[in-house]
Design a protein. Structure first.
Ligand SMILES: [Zn+2]
Ligand SMILES: [Zn+2]
Length: 344
């Protein structure tokens, strides 16, 4: 249901009209000349149960592309429109556009400023991930950026949410006219959020996770020099992935698999002991991989390393020392910039 109507060549936005102006319009004879931009049918002036002023079809139009909207949707649309407007953008509600290959789309709140075009969409009704992606694609093809404000369940079902080019946000407290709709993941009302978003108050922050190599401080059994001996691998994304040496044969497996990630040149560069296969007493038969002294190059038997590791994890803690082997990113989120935080 639209927030926009035409009256004798002039565009009216219901959310910009004062309650007095709205009442006057309801009483006025002019209302007969109100038409809707979606289908040019006659419009009527209404107020929803949540107090939102809106226009409705005088009679049901067969070929109108506007779908019925809930009163919550209508109210959010009015709130988002007013916020976008106050952030200095030109706003058109229920804007009809076409993608390059002629697909028609209709944006809840279409905002322009110079060359920038943004569609703000409110999505409270269920929507399949496929349908949502198709709607997003139409915006991409039309060179319009889109941002989505979604009810929690819709957000959760919308697939991956943390995509830079496809911003999706959860909203709450929009069912009741006594409370202002809020963002679920930001300490802001929907209006404050839209204002910050359209003023460039958000930056995309990638979540960086790291592969860690844990080590302990030990001494060479032969020359007694200090050694940094690798004892485990971890991932900052989840400590469940942490792996530490635990038996004599497992030490060999651990060092052998470590070689697949990092070579001796790199280990030396990181200040750690190097690794090699050595068939010596103190290594399990057929499990020859162990660390070597950085100074005298004597292999350190795994039985010796494991004993040292047990004392170390009890006294110092097995995850006390680490180096970073690599970092990667798998998701991210929009964060308020320090500047816009300071303004609040
Ligand atoms: Zn219509
Ligand atoms: Zn040594």
């Amino acid at each position: 249901m639209p927030l926009r109507a035409e009256l004798q060549g002039e565009t009216l936005f219901s959310y910009k009209m004062s309650p007095k102006e709205w009442d006057d319009m309801k009483q006025s004879d002019l209302k007969k000349f109100l038409t809707l931009p979606c289908c040019n049918e006659r419009a009527v002036v209404k107020t929803s149960a949540l107090g939102t002023q809106f226009f409705a079809h005088y009679r049901k139009s067969e070929d109108c592309i506007l779908k019925p909207e809930s009163k919550e949707h209508l109210r959010l649309k009015a709130i988002v429109s007013a916020a976008a407007e106050s952030a200095g953008w030109t706003v058109t509600t229920e804007y009809i556009g076409y993608s390059e290959n002629g697909d028609k789309w209709i944006a809840d709140v279409y905002c322009t400023k110079g060359k920038a075009k943004i569609a703000l969409e409110i999505q409270l009704s269920p929507q399949t991930e496929k349908e949502l992606n198709a709607r997003h694609k139409r915006y991409v093809e039309s060179e319009v950026r889109d941002a989505w404000f979604m009810k929690d369940s819709v957000y959760v079902n919308s697939g991956h949410s943390s995509i830079h080019s496809f911003p999706r946000f959860q909203i709450k407290h929009f069912m009741d006219s006594r409370s202002m709709p809020q963002m679920s993941d930001y300490p802001l009302s929907v209006a404050q959020f839209v204002d910050a978003l359209l003023r460039g108050g958000f930056v995309w922050k990638e979540d960086k996770d790291e592969i860690l190599l844990y080590y302990m401080k030990s001494k060479c059994w032969r020359c007694k020099i200090d050694l940094n001996v690798p004892i485990g691998l971890g991932d900052t994304a989840c400590s469940n992935f942490d792996k530490f040496i635990c038996t004599v044969p497992n030490c060999s497996n651990f060092y052998e698999s470590l070689m697949a990630r990092v070579d001796n040149y790199e280990l030396k560069h990181l200040g750690l002991t190097t690794i090699g296969p050595h068939h010596i007493t103190g290594n399990a038969p057929n499990f020859p991989y162990c660390v070597k002294c950085t100074s005298c190059h004597a292999p350190q038997a795994n039985a010796y390393t494991l004993q040292d590791y047990r004392d170390w994890s009890e006294k110092v803690g097995r995850d006390s020392y680490h180096v970073v082997l690599s970092s990667y990113s798998h998701s991210g989120r929009y964060e308020l910039t320090a500047l816009s935080k300071g303004k609040r």
